[in-house]
Design a protein around this ligand. Structure first.
Ligand SMILES: [Zn+2]
Length: 350
């Protein structure tokens, strides 16, 4: 993965550090010459003077240069899913009640403080809210598959029928009896070599992929809720597992085409543009004018640019392969440096 180890500009890096921008965590390491300490970009410690900062693509590189990991922001510890989390999910799914008290969790050997912290950081909600959302999502799936409402309510082990209906309506936006046509949108994050990505899927396919964490997806959540008549919930979905696996191969330059099912929603013109983008071969670029010609609308160059910018499935729908005429790179929603690196992964000389 050598090709993607180059860092963005020093100005970009300094900006991320001064904002303590957690979106950059895992993307680079900032090291302080005067103290010999290496930190995550979001480290809460008081920032050193910019002239004393050095940047590295990885902690290994910083360590090789003699820096040691900060004890406060712990860049040596993966922010990945803790090993106890899948077991806890199993306990939640098999529990016979809608609520799990801290004592019940502790009795099973889990540290409730860590559980709470994990849910806050990963899902932006309390553990209890997460448990309820997971139950309601399961209930909505069963309703859609034709299970009788009374049966679903009983199995959900909610405190009362009215409590279930109320919680369901609040989360899904429609009472259980009218939500049969909808389904929950499942979101998950993946640590790409270019930073955290968040993706969302329904059973038909992947509906969203973007750079950022789950909290960032909040902006898209109302649109997703409207389209699919279901809540947006953190979880795992086979389409997301497939997508992240394919992306991993893509970044290792071992995959050129994506086979994960996609759900594209947009105006007829946007759909035409996105389909044209998918036809641009791996490792090549074309201009906005080329895409306009491909959709039989050669004058609509600006509209193509706008549809390009509204692409909700970057990389998979390769909007990064469209560049300005004259060799300039043009813009990129995920940041120009990411566009450069994606093209580098594909072997395009930039
Ligand atoms: Zn630190």
């Amino acid at each position: 993965m050598q090709t993607v180890n180059r860092l963005p500009s020093r100005r970009t890096l300094l900006g991320a550090v001064s904002r303590r921008d957690a979106e950059w965590d895992g993307l680079f390491i900032v090291a302080v010459r005067t103290t010999g300490i290496a930190c995550r970009p979001s480290c809460p410690s008081r920032p050193a003077r910019p002239e004393n900062l050095e940047f590295f693509a990885t902690l290994d590189a910083a360590s090789a240069a003699g820096f040691r990991p900060c004890l406060r922001c712990k860049p040596d510890q993966q922010a990945a899913e803790p090993e106890w989390w899948p077991r806890l999910v199993g306990v939640v799914d098999s529990a016979g009640s809608a609520r799990l008290s801290d004592n019940q969790i502790a009795a099973q050997g889990f540290d409730s403080v860590r559980v709470r912290r994990h849910c806050r950081r990963e899902y932006g909600m309390t553990f209890h809210a997460w448990v309820r959302a997971r139950r309601l999502a399961a209930a909505q799936h069963r309703l859609r598959d034709g299970a009788p409402l009374d049966r679903v309510i009983i199995d959900s082990a909610w405190e009362s029928h009215s409590g279930f209906r109320e919680a369901f309506s609040r989360l899904v936006g429609a009472p259980p009896g009218r939500a049969r046509g909808g389904e929950p949108v499942i979101a998950a994050t993946w640590n790409s070599p270019l930073g955290t990505m968040v993706a969302a899927a329904v059973d038909e396919g992947v509906v969203l992929l973007e750079f950022g964490d789950i909290a960032r997806m909040e902006r898209q959540a109302p649109t997703l809720r409207r389209w699919f008549h279901g809540p947006v919930l953190a979880g795992s979905h086979p389409h997301l597992v497939q997508l992240f696996g394919e992306l991993e191969e893509y970044f290792d330059a071992k995959r050129r085409d994506f086979t994960t099912p996609l759900v594209l929603r947009g105006s007829p013109f946007q759909l035409a543009v996105w389909h044209a983008l998918r036809a641009i071969p791996y490792g090549t670029t074309c201009s906005y004018a080329d895409v306009a010609r491909a959709v039989n609308n050669p004058k609509a160059v600006r509209a193509v640019g706008s549809a390009n910018g509204k692409n909700r499935l970057p990389i998979v729908v390769p909007c990064h392969r469209v560049v300005n005429t004259g060799g300039k790179l043009g813009g990129y929603g995920g940041g120009l440096w990411r566009k450069v690196r994606l093209l580098e992964v594909e072997g395009v000389k930039v």
